[in-house]
Write a protein that binds this ligand. Structure first.
Ligand code: PAF
Length: 280
């Protein structure tokens, strides 16, 4: 496994791979790796000859009151995990390599970033699309792999890939969950044991809504109420930011549940902001 810390060297290594006729898959991450990331790596290894994992905590996607400085970082552990998985390259540039002084060019996807996370976190997606566009330009992947847990992010990046004509196969891999259903997230490590046990409340609420829909519930209000009642029964202090029902591809809001639609939510659970989703 080769660790590369400069975009120039990464571009060069990627060009060398292409010259030998090998295909390259990129898994962009912000580190603090968990089994969800490792599932993306596995998917990448099945999809291309060479796998690059980037580790870069991207300052441009954090709001001023968000956890950029405290975001969990553990390079030594991350590198050990990736070495075990026989990843070919880890790209871990310093911030000034990606955003040199005077940097002022951004990529933004306009429509689908206006709802859900985009409402609660202005400029978040602009930061995500900008850094991923840069990673695409540097690594020139044939394949890129993202997780379904960050559903709006995945749809936004997919749109960017199409709109900017990147010749990249875009893979969205299923959310990996703990035994009790909690979606894996680097932020789960902020919880103590009791808080962690209560964090399953999100998926319990979502699954209850899914069951109710399957049993014939047609009211969106009823589904939303069910999610909050079920979640509050487990974590009485939960604070929902949003519970939304949208068309899967376009993220257009829907008034009534329909098969294939997406229910997404964001909530603060013991002060930790979590997101999750489930497709009807
Ligand atoms: O999902 C993440 O970890 C980040 O948003 C990403 C895609 C690596 C861009 O910084």
């Amino acid at each position: 496994m080769k660790i590369i810390r400069s975009s120039k060297k990464m571009s060069q290594a990627a060009r060398e791979c292409v010259a030998t006729g090998k295909t390259l898959a990129l898994v962009p991450t912000m580190g603090a790796l968990h089994d969800g990331h490792l599932a993306l790596v596995e998917r990448a290894q099945k999809s291309a000859d060479i796998v690059v994992v980037s580790i870069f905590v991207n300052p441009k996607q954090f709001g001023p009151d968000e956890d950029y400085l405290n975001y969990p970082r553990d390079n030594r552990r991350d590198l050990a995990l990736l070495r075990e998985r026989k990843v070919d390259f880890v790209f871990m540039p310093p911030v000034e390599d990606i955003y040199p002084e005077g940097f002022e060019t951004f990529v933004s996807v306009e429509q689908i970033t206006q709802t859900l996370e985009g409402k609660s976190r202005p400029d978040h997606f602009r930061g995500v699309t900008t850094v991923v566009a840069k990673l695409f330009n540097i690594c020139r992947p044939d394949v890129a792999v993202f997780g379904q847990k960050d559903y709006q992010q995945a749809q936004t990046l997919k749109k960017m890939t199409t709109d900017l004509s990147y010749p990249i196969k875009f893979i969205v891999a299923s959310t990996v969950r703990e035994k009790d259903g909690l979606a894996l997230s680097s932020r789960n490590q902020y919880f103590n044991a009791r808080e962690r046990a209560e964090a399953r409340c999100l998926i319990v609420g979502l699954r209850a809504a899914h069951e109710a829909f399957k049993a014939g519930e047609t009211s969106l209000i009823a589904l939303k109420t069910l999610i909050s009642v079920e979640a509050e029964a487990i974590c009485p202090t939960i604070k929902f930011e949003y519970i939304a029902l949208t068309e899967f591809e376009t993220l257009e809001p829907l008034d009534a549940p329909q098969k294939g639609a997406m229910i997404s939510l964001a909530a603060s659970v013991h002060g930790v902001r979590l997101i999750d989703n489930l497709r009807l």
